[in-house]
Design a binder for this molecule. Structure first.
Ligand SMILES: Cc1cc2nc3c(=O)[nH]c(=O)nc-3n(C[C@H](O)[C@H](O)[C@H](O)COP(=O)(O)OP(=O)(O)OC[C@H]3O[C@@H](n4cnc5c(N)ncnc54)[C@H](O)[C@@H]3O)c2cc1C
Length: 152
């Protein structure tokens, strides 16, 4: 039986993995359908502390995964399709057909942006089309967005 299984290799899952691994809990981290989470969909991330020049979203999650592995976290590409309580923990069913048992679970399955479904959305994602106003608003200072000039 595992000590701890973390669902999600986004920034939250990786952060949980770093803390848990450093506490000798030997966490197993399951990627889910989007290994690295939503930050892998973006180009420049400007608002993470410690990166004064910004950092690519994919690079940030790669570094975070590496940091978790350095302390002993195990990362696996798979998807948890079901989990049920058992006597002293939980049983997880994975898409690969594996069944795992664990004493505890951290769910860091994040969220997904609600896109309109236009073909151009994919083409211009991270190049003008944004799904996060607080993340990307600052990129548009002084520019025209939807007929309005964004204030400086
Ligand atoms: C285009 C875009 C640009 C962004 N830019 C910025 C930015 O510049 N700055 C900023 O701060 N934020 C930005 N964000 C928001 C940021 O990406 C999210 O706030 C952040 O990724 C949330 O992290 P998370 O780990 O909670 O979840 P997520 O990143 O959503 O990760 C969820 C994880 O859970 C996994 N998962 C889901 N279901 C299962 C399952 N059944 N079993 C196992 N695993 C599962 C997924 O595969 C994934 O690995 C942006 C978002 C988008 C979409």
């Amino acid at each position: 039986m595992d000590n701890l299984i973390i669902l999600g290799t986004g920034i939250a899952g990786c952060t949980a993995a770093i803390y848990a691994a450093r506490a000798n809990l030997n966490p197993l981290v399951i990627s889910g359908p989007e290994d690295g989470g939503q930050l892998t969909l973006t180009t420049e991330v400007e608002n993470f502390p410690g990166f004064p020049e910004g950092i690519k979203g994919t690079e940030l999650v790669q570094l975070c995964k590496k940091q978790a592995e350095r302390f002993g976290a195990k990362l696996e590409i798979d998807l948890v399709s079901e989990f049920n309580p058992i006597n002293d923990g939980y049983e997880l069913k994975l898409a690969s057909g594996k069944n795992l048992q664990t004493k505890s679970v951290i769910i860091a399955t994040g969220a997904s942006a609600r896109w309109l479904g236009l073909p151009s959305e994919k083409k211009y994602q991270g190049r003008g089309v944004s799904a996060c106003a607080t993340c990307d608003g600052a990129f548009y200072k002084g520019k025209e967005v939807g007929g309005i000039i964004v204030s400086n």
